[in-house]
Design a protein around this ligand. Structure first.
Ligand code: HEC
Length: 126
């Protein structure tokens, strides 16, 4: 019996951990919410909405006026993988020097991971 409990614990604890990450990410998203909606539709904020952004083609929303470098990264087939998102959020201008995302960046890797875990739950329609 004890062994079964241990196995259950081992199987489910990573799930519990990622739920916590997403929770932490939800409060971190306050840093982004002034400029980003989570869903499409009005009112349009300063930045593009982030619904389904993990795995989305870079600079690809048809009704948003991106900087040229994001548009061309997307046209070249670039996709927002978790790694790319993490680098961008760490220091947007290091990836796209001319980006109009006026954001200093999040230095802590764990915080960036939590935020991306949260953005993933949005993509899942949660
Ligand atoms: C001051 C406003 C502002 C803040 C704060 C901000 N962003 Fe942005 N963001 C923008 C703008 C404007 C763009 C469009 C960039 C361009 O075209 O150069 C953008 C673009 C993006 C993109 C690219 C989306 C796409 O469709 O390719 C992602 C991803 C993103 N932001 C994530 C975030 C996250 C996550 C945060 C919070 C940690 C954040 N942003 C904070 C304004 C902001």
């Amino acid at each position: 019996m004890r062994r079964i409990l241990l196995i259950l614990l081992l199987v489910f604890s990573p799930l519990a951990a990622s739920a916590q990450d997403a929770d932490a990410g939800r409060s971190l998203f306050r840093k982004c919410a002034a400029c980003h909606a989570l869903k499409p539709g009005p009112p349009m904020r300063a930045g593009p909405h982030l619904d389904g952004v993990v795995g989305r083609v870079i600079g690809s929303l048809p009704d948003y006026s991106y900087n040229a470098s994001l548009r061309s990264a997307g046209r070249a087939g670039g996709v927002w993988t978790e790694d790319r998102l993490s680098h961008f959020i760490q220091d947007p201008r290091a990836m796209f020097p001319d980006t109009k995302m006026n954001f200093a960046g999040i230095a802590q890797e764990q915080q960036r991971r939590d935020l991306i875990a949260y953005l993933r739950t949005i993509a899942a329609g949660a």
